[in-house]
Design a binder for this molecule. Structure first.
Ligand SMILES: [Zn+2]
Ligand SMILES: [Zn+2]
Length: 223
């Protein structure tokens, strides 16, 4: 298994290349599908090799090119039902800020939210906590890690690679998300992620980090 991460406008898209095909974790901002497909080709695979387009949660920086990517690859789009409301309408949806500064930024973004509409969709595959992804050629399971959004999910590969979306970020340092629908639930999800003992964590924002870095952040929050 090989993991390739590319920056798709605001967030990361992770390409997981297995013997069985390619899994796309998050679809980037709108108009990023061509870049993602080019990256797949550069890895020696074809668009038709994509087995699943997995959306960690329904925000535009992760779901923006899902429809275009589905059209090019023919692969199904998978998401947790808890976020279907986020991708059902084109308007920008940013949860309350974690700090006054991020709330101010969020309010500004909401005010200009009509500039880039989301291409709406309903997922083809509804992901559930504990679900195996083996049928899509990926030895991994889905972990429900809500809080940032109600339908936020993580994906834990059998080899210890963990994809967390925006449940935990690594912008300046490993930290909680800038925005969250439910702070208490988000904190509990961070502890749930720690308890998985991942070998390496791939966030929606920032570079991948190891268990040591995760511990340095989350250790003080979890009992
Ligand atoms: Zn994001
Ligand atoms: Zn998000």
């Amino acid at each position: 298994m090989k993991i390739h991460t590319l920056f798709t406008g605001v967030a990361n898209t992770h390409l997981i290349v297995t013997a069985a095909g390619v899994i796309v974790v998050d679809a980037g901002m709108p108009h990023q599908a061509r870049r993602i497909v080019n990256a797949i080709r550069n890895l020696g695979r074809a668009p038709g090799d994509v087995r699943l387009i997995l959306i960690t949660h329904g925000h535009i920086d992760h779901a923006g090119s899902a429809v275009a990517l589905r059209h090019i690859t023919g692969a199904p789009v998978a998401m947790h039902p808890g976020d279907v409301r986020l991708t059902a309408t084109p308007s920008l949806k940013i949860p309350p800020g974690r700090t006054p500064a991020t709330e101010t930024l969020g309010a500004m973004l909401r005010a200009c939210g009509g500039i880039i509409p989301l291409e709406t969709f309903a997922p083809d595959v509804a992901l559930a906590d504990g679900q195996s992804l083996r049928e899509f050629g990926f030895a991994a399971r889905v972990i429900h890690t809500p809080g940032h959004t109600a339908g936020s999910i993580s994906v834990l590969g059998d080899d210890g690679a963990l994809f967390v979306g925006d449940a935990i970020l690594n912008l300046v340092r490993v930290s909680f998300p800038l925005y969250w629908e439910d702070a208490g639930v988000a904190r509990a999800s961070a502890c749930k992620i720690r308890a998985l003992n991942p070998r390496v964590v791939y966030s929606g924002h920032g570079a991948a980090f190891d268990l040591h870095a995760l511990d340095a952040f989350v250790g003080k929050h979890c009992g």
